[in-house]
Design a protein around this ligand. Structure first.
Ligand SMILES: Cc1cc2nc3c(=O)[nH]c(=O)nc-3n(C[C@H](O)[C@H](O)[C@H](O)COP(=O)(O)OP(=O)(O)OC[C@H]3O[C@@H](n4cnc5c(N)ncnc54)[C@H](O)[C@@H]3O)c2cc1C
Length: 278
């Protein structure tokens, strides 16, 4: 049960959403923009979040786009993980999001909600980091398309009331060899102990990680090490373990030692699958 009352709005345009958000805030009340709403409900039940009003972005047409537009694939922030996987427009993203939660939850969980999640995993960001995706953001009367790298550093660095409208992916990345591997503690459904996505572009491996540190990341330093064919794969992986951007997560899902062990094995699988040497 949710212990507080809140109003629910579903505006049908970006301008109405922003006006509504500003109006609620002007009255001294708290507003939250949601997409699938699953995280809001879960956190509200546990009293980890409060809002006087929630504004559902699913009524905004731009947020529901899922199609090829010229040389790009465009994915609205309110598109569910199942729709993305079923569309097969971006196979690596489809494979990665299919590993998030259970099938029923994936009908509700959206890519915008997953990327903006308060949780540390945000697994759908991994393929997007690898393909240098762009994002369309809206704030007040301004809409801008920027590189995902410029707004995502450990988490989305957006200001209150700023909305993620769309994700834009250059189609030239879509046919590249890829792999997405997720390891959980018990069953197939669960938060990742380690989740890794990788692509091979112009013989260079690109890799992104979730579950290892308390934020998802892609690291130039790690990619340079993994692409260094002068040293053995095992030595490269040992060097990677010393070059992680932060300490390894140590919690009930997995101790830091266990996560390190799993990460090494997952990286071995990635290197073998992508034929990155001996
Ligand atoms: C059963 C279950 C299993 C899960 N397993 C995993 C897992 O294995 N890996 C993983 O990565 N995640 C997992 N999750 C977490 C899930 O992906 C996130 O909680 C996600 O936020 C839910 O998406 P949503 O669309 O329902 O989010 P919402 O509740 O709508 O929103 C979540 C957050 O994003 C913000 N937000 C939403 N849309 C926008 C937007 N357009 N612009 C700006 N901000 C926005 C909201 O304000 C809120 O802070 C799991 C969740 C469940 C319920």
């Amino acid at each position: 049960m949710i212990s507080f009352d809140f109003q629910y709005f579903k505006p049908s345009s970006v301008a109405d959403t922003i006006n509504m958000y500003n109006e609620i805030r002007k009255q001294g009340e708290q507003a939250l923009i949601i997409s699938g709403g699953t995280e809001f409900i879960t956190f509200a039940r546990k009293n980890k979040i409060y809002a006087d009003a929630i504004i559902d972005s699913k009524g905004i047409p731009e947020c529901n786009v899922l199609e090829k537009q010229g040389d790009d694939v465009v994915i609205g922030a309110a598109v569910s993980l199942n729709k993305i996987a079923n569309s097969n427009l971006f196979p690596l993203l489809g494979t990665t999001v299919k590993q998030i939660a259970d099938h029923t939850s994936r009908n509700k969980i959206t890519i915008g909600g997953n990327i903006n999640s308060e949780l540390i995993y945000k697994e759908s960001i991994l393929p997007l980091l690898l393909v240098d995706a762009k994002v369309k953001m809206a704030k007040e009367t301004d809409e801008r398309v920027v590189s995902l790298h410029s707004v995502f550093n450990k988490k989305m660095n957006t200001s209150p009331g700023e909305i993620l409208l769309q994700i834009i992916i250059d189609s030239s990345y879509l046919a590249l060899p890829y792999i997405s591997l997720k390891r959980t503690k018990f069953s197939k459904v669960g938060y990742p102990v380690v989740s890794v996505a990788a692509i091979l572009r112009e013989s260079q491996l690109r890799v992104a990680f979730s579950g290892v540190c308390d934020f998802p990341f892609r690291s130039d330093e790690i990619e340079t090490i993994l692409n260094d064919s002068a040293i053995s794969v095992v030595d490269r992986i040992d060097k990677v373990m010393e070059s992680l951007p932060s300490k390894i997560v140590d919690d009930l899902q997995g101790s830091k030692e266990y996560r390190a062990f799993v990460l090494k094995n997952v990286l071995l699988d990635v290197m073998e699958e992508m034929e990155m040497g001996e």
